[in-house]
Design a protein around this ligand. Structure first.
Ligand SMILES: Nc1ncnc2c1ncn2[C@@H]1O[C@H](COP(=O)(O)OP(=O)(O)OP(=O)(O)O)[C@@H](O)[C@H]1O
Length: 579
C-alpha cells in the first residue's frame, strides 16, 4: 500500500484522469454483464415461449450496449496512456533534477548504469503499472463483483458453490507473492549490472584496447548477460508453475457449473435461461482468478521498481542550500577567501585536518602537495561540491553555505583536474558558464588559455564539435579549453586544479603570463604539481595527508628547507637534466 500511496502522491494533477479512467473501467466491466443478462431474457422470454415480440428490442439493446462499451473502452485506454506518459514525464524530470542536485560523491556511489536503468527501464515499468496493471486489476475486481452479484440473484446456491475455490486461490497467491517479490529485485539488480558493464566498456574502451582485454570484457559482458537472462527465465518459470494451478482452479468453475447447474435443472430448480446466464458468465468469475498470477507478478515488479525510484527520491542531499541563503548579484563577490579550521572525514578516514589560511581579493594562493593529500577536495569546497565536516570556508567574510548555490557558483571559475567537455562546438564549450559571447571575445579568451592556435588549425575552427561524440583532443588541449571555459566567466575567484599537468613547460609559462595579465581583478587558487607555476604566488601552502605542513612565500619556503624546497630542487635538477 505504501508504494501505491507514493505513486498517488507523485501523480499530482493527473489524479482525476486516473480516477476517471478507472471509473470507466468499472462501467465497461459492468456493461459486460448486461449482454448475458439480456441473453437470459432472450432464452426465457423469446426462444422458449416462441414469442418474437421482444426479439428486436432485446437484440437492439445488446448492440447498443456493446457499442457504448467499446466507445467507453477506447476513451479509457486513451486517458490511461496519455495520463501515464505525462505522469512519467513529470517523475523523470523530478528524478533528473534530484540527480543534478546530488553531490558528486552520491553519483560516484550509485554508478551511471544504475541511475540510467532507474531513469528509463524502472520508470517505464511504473508507467506500465499505471497504464495497464491498474485497469486490469479494476477490471478483474469489478467484473468479478458484477458477475457474482448478478449470479447470486439468479441462483445463489450455484454461485456459492462456484466460489468455494476462492480460499485455494488466495492461499496460492500469497505463496506466489512471497516467492516472486525478491526475484524481481534480483532481476532489476542484474539489469543494472548489465548496463554498468556496457557503460564502463564504452567509456573505458581505450583502456580495454590498450591492455588487449577485449576477450576478458566480452566474457564479463556475456556473464552479466547470462545472469540477467537466467534470472528472467527463473521469474518466468516461477510464474509458469503457479499459472497452471490457477488455470485448473478456473476450469473447476466450469465443472461445478455443469455438474451442480445440470443437477438443479434436472430437479427443476433452475430455468434454461438461468443456466445460459451461468455458462455465459463463468468466464467473468474464472478469468479474474486466472489472471491473478499475471497481475500479482506485475504488481510485485511495480513494487520493486518504485523502491528503486524512492531510494533516489529520498536520498539525503549532502550539499543543500540553507534557508535564507543570500543571493549576491553577479560580479559582487570581491574575492577574499579564507579557510578556518576546515576538516573533512570520508568513509571513516580523515581527509582534511584543521586547514586554516586566508588570502585577500586579487591575490594568488598556490597549493602543492603529494598525491591524495586532499588538494582537490579542499578547493572544491569553495563551490560547495562538498562541505567540510567542521570549520568554515569563507568568501568575503561570509560562510559559503550562506550564499545561494547559483550565485556562489556564478562568481567562481573552476577548471577541474578531470576535464569534461560536452559534445558540442568549441565555442559553446568555452561559453558554457558565461552565456553568449561574441566571436572576438571567445577568441581572446582562448588566446589567454593558449588554445587559439590549435582550435584555428581544426577543420571547422571554433565550430568544431569536440567532447565525447566529437573530435578527439589531447589531454593538454582539453585542459586549455577547460581553462578558457573558466576564464570566460570573468570570475572573481579562479580555481585552477592541476590544469597544466598535461602541457609542456613552454605552454605552462605562456598560461602563467596570461594569468598575470588578466584584465580584471581575480583571486587565483592554483593547485599545481610544478613549483614554477606557483612560485610567484602571494601565499603557498603545502598539504600532506590533509594537513598544512608548510606555508609562506616562495622565498620563505626555500629558506626553511622543507618539502617545498625538496620538490623544487628535484624539479630543477630534472629540468637541467632534460636540457
Ligand atoms: N568521493 C570520495 N569518497 C571517499 N574518499 C575520497 C573521495 N574523493 C577523494 N577521496 C579521497 O580523499 C583523498 C584526497 O583526495 P583529493 O582528490 O583531494 O587528493 P589530491 O590531493 O587532489 O590528489 P591528486 O594530487 O592525486 O589529484 C584521497 O585519499 C582520496 O582517496
Amino acid at each position: 500500500m505504501t508504494h501505491l500511496k507514493w505513486l498517488w502522491k507523485h501523480m499530482g494533477k493527473k489524479r482525476p484522469y486516473l480516477v476517471a479512467a478507472l471509473f470507466l473501467s468499472v462501467v465497461t466491466s459492468a456493461l459486460l454483464i448486461v449482454n448475458p443478462m439480456l441473453a437470459q431474457q432472450l432464452i426465457d422470454r423469446v426462444v422458449i415461449p416462441q414469442d418474437t415480440t421482444l426479439l428486436l428490442p432485446l437484440l437492439g439493446m445488446m448492440l447498443v450496449v456493446q457499442g457504448v462499451r467499446l466507445g467507453l473502452r477506447y476513451l479509457m485506454v486513451m486517458l490511461l496512456e496519455t495520463n501515464s506518459q505525462e505522469c512519467m514525464e513529470g517523475m523523470r524530470a523530478r528524478m533528473y533534477d534530484i540527480i543534478q542536485n546530488q553531490s558528486h560523491r552520491f553519483l560516484m556511489k550509485m554508478r551511471t548504469g544504475d541511475l540510467m536503468t532507474r531513469m528509463t527501464s524502472d520508470l517505464d515499468l511504473i508507467r506500465h503499472s499505471v497504464a495497464w496493471t491498474s485497469y486490469n486489476v479494476v477490471d478483474a475486481l469489478s467484473t468479478f463483483i458484477a458477475a457474482f452479484s448478478f449470479l447470486m440473484t439468479v441462483n445463489w446456491r450455484l454461485t456459492l458453490c462456484m466460489v468455494t475455490v476462492a480460499p485455494f486461490i488466495f492461499f496460492l497467491s500469497s505463496r506466489f507473492i512471497r516467492r516472486i517479490r525478491p526475484m524481481h529485485a534480483i532481476v532489476r539488480q542484474k539489469l543494472t549490472e548489465l548496463s554498468t558493464v556496457v557503460q564502463e566498456n564504452i567509456e573505458g574502451n581505450r583502456v580495454v584496447k590498450a591492455f588487449a582485454r577485449e576477450n576478458f570484457e566480452n566474457d564479463k559482458f556475456n556473464a552479466a548477460n547470462r545472469r540477467f537472462q537466467k534470472m528472467n527465465v527463473d521469474v518466468a518459470f516461477t510464474g509458469a508453475k503457479f499459472q497452471p494451478i490457477l488455470d485448473a482452479l478456473g476450469q473447476m468453475l466450469w465443472i461445478i457449473t455443469i455438474l451442480v447447474g445440470g443437477t438443479f435443472m434436472i430437479q427443476g430448480r433452475m430455468t434454461s435461461g438461468a443456466m445460459i446466464a451461468f455458462t455465459s458468465l463463468v468466464w467473468a468469475i474464472s478469468n479474474p482468478l486466472r489472471n491473478l498470477g499475471v497481475l500479482i507478478n506485475d504488481f510485485q515488479r511495480f513494487v520493486t521498481c518504485s523502491d528503486r525510484i524512492i531510494e533516489v527520491y529520498d536520498a539525503p542531499f549532502e550539499v543543500e542550500e540553507r534557508i535564507g541563503a543570500v543571493t549576491v548579484p553577479c560580479g559582487d563577490i570581491r574575492g577574499d577567501v579564507s579557510f578556518r579550521g576546515v576538516s573533512l572525514e570520508l568513509d571513516d578516514r580523515i581527509i582534511l585536518d584543521d586547514v586554516t589560511f586566508s588570502i585577500g581579493a586579487g591575490k594568488t594562493v598556490g597549493i602543492l602537495g603529494s598525491t591524495g593529500a586532499g588538494k582537490t577536495l579542499l578547493v572544491s569546497m569553495l563551490v560547495r561540491l562538498i562541505d567540510p565536516a567542521s570549520g568554515n570556508v569563507m568568501i568575503d567574510g561570509r560562510d559559503v553555505r550562506d550564499y545561494t548555490l547559483s550565485s556562489l557558483r556564478r562568481g567562481i571559475g573552476y577548471a577541474m583536474q578531470d576535464v569534461f567537455l560536452f559534445s558540442d562546438t568549441v565555442t559553446r564549450n568555452i561559453c558554457y558558464g558565461s552565456g553568449n559571447l561574441d566571436n572576438e571575445k571567445v577568441r581572446s579568451i582562448a588566446q589567454a588559455a593558449d588554445a587559439n592556435d590549435f582550435v584555428c588549425a581544426m577543420a571547422d575552427g571554433y565550430g568544431t564539435i569536440i567532447g565525447e561524440r566529437g573530435m578527439g583532443l589531447s589531454g593538454g588541449q582539453k585542459q586549455r579549453i577547460s581553462l578558457a571555459r573558466a576564464l570566460a566567466k570573468k570570475p572573481s575567484i579562479l580555481i585552477l586544479d592541476d590544469i597544466t599537468s598535461a602541457v609542456d613547460l613552454e605552454t605552462e609559462s605562456y598560461i602563467h603570463r596570461s594569468l598575470e595579465g588578466l584584465d580584471w581583478t581575480c583571486t587565483k587558487i592554483i593547485v599545481a604539481q610544478r613549483v614554477s607555476f606557483i612560485e610567484e604566488a602571494d601565499l603557498i601552502i603545502v598539504l600532506d595527508h590533509g594537513r598544512i605542513v608548510e606555508t609562506g612565500t616562495h622565498d620563505s619556503l626555500l629558506a626553511c628547507g622543507g618539502y617545498y624546497k625538496k620538490i623544487r630542487d628535484l624539479q630543477l635538477s630534472q629540468a637541467v637534466g632534460e636540457i
